[in-house]
Design a protein around this ligand. Sequence first.
Ligand SMILES: Nc1ncnc2c1ncn2[C@@H]1O[C@H](COP(=O)(O)OP(=O)(O)OP(=O)(O)O)[C@@H](O)[C@H]1O
Ligand SMILES: [Mg+2]
Length: 303
Amino acid sequence: MSTLQHTEKVIPLNSRRPRGEAFVPPKRNPVRPATRAVSITSGKGGVGKTNIVANIGYELSRSGQSVLILDADMGLGNLDILLGLAPRFNLSHVIMGEKRIDEVVVEGPGNMKILPAASGIQELTQLSRDQKIGILYELDQLLDSVDILLIDSAAGISANVLDFSVSAHETMVVVTPEPTSITDAYALMKVLALKYDEKRCRLIVNQAANDQEGREIFRQLNIVAQKFLDIEVDYFGCILKDEIMTACVKQQRIVSQAFPESMAARGFRNLARKTGALPTLPATSGDSHLVWHHIFQEDISWK
Ligand SMILES: Nc1ncnc2c1ncn2[C@@H]1O[C@H](COP(=O)(O)OP(=O)(O)OP(=O)(O)O)[C@@H](O)[C@H]1O
Ligand SMILES: [Mg+2]
């Protein structure tokens, strides 16, 4: 339960780093390959992002990778609920300067590490630039100890959502076969391309009737993206509609753990394998720091 009340104002994060003090990027371990940071986003809400992140995270964790999941749905985070966790602290405590980020990390199924978000605190959906950079700065401190960071975004095209998404090295857009979801995915790609100058995103089709439907949705979206947007869309794969998912959500269990041979779990295994094989950035690259990546994107979006 959060200690913040709805009426309370959120103060700037990271009072330990005074305003105006030069930002010094954390030093990376040169031997360890850079962590991959992957954000999962969508135009329309309720398309399955949180389930995708939880199941891919679980599968990667089981295969021996060290996984950290950030619940970046700042105002309505629910990853902890989906996983049946009841964390005492969450990102709101980090933003309030009450806890360090490593102090709010909890362990989820399969040993994956979870950074829970607060729920029901509206101020968190309107973070200032300093607060966003503060969170990313603290997140960077954790990156050396994990192989992969998965970011579970809120839906939509607001700056509060996308500023986190584009700080990751890979952006995945989730879409379902519903026409409204497809048009909203296109709107999201448009903002990614025009406002943030993203050159590539990857598409996950969730709740598809079959593989063919997944590929067909990709084909349609890719045609319009190629024609009107300067962004390359790669097909990452699809997850079939599987009623067992609903039962798992109700029981706060993840399908990959509870029913590893279900259709959905097989799809998640496939996506996890591909996620684990994504290229890493060289450890020496400044780009591997979320804060630098963020500031770079910010320069573009303010032009
Ligand atoms: N492959 C699937 N088959 C059947 N149902 C699914 C599938 N994927 C997700 N769902 C259902 O969709 C619902 C929404 O999923 P989820 O909460 O992961 O979406 P979300 O995109 O994270 O939503 P929000 O935008 O609100 O954060 C869940 O209740 C889940 O049962
Ligand atoms: Mg969600």
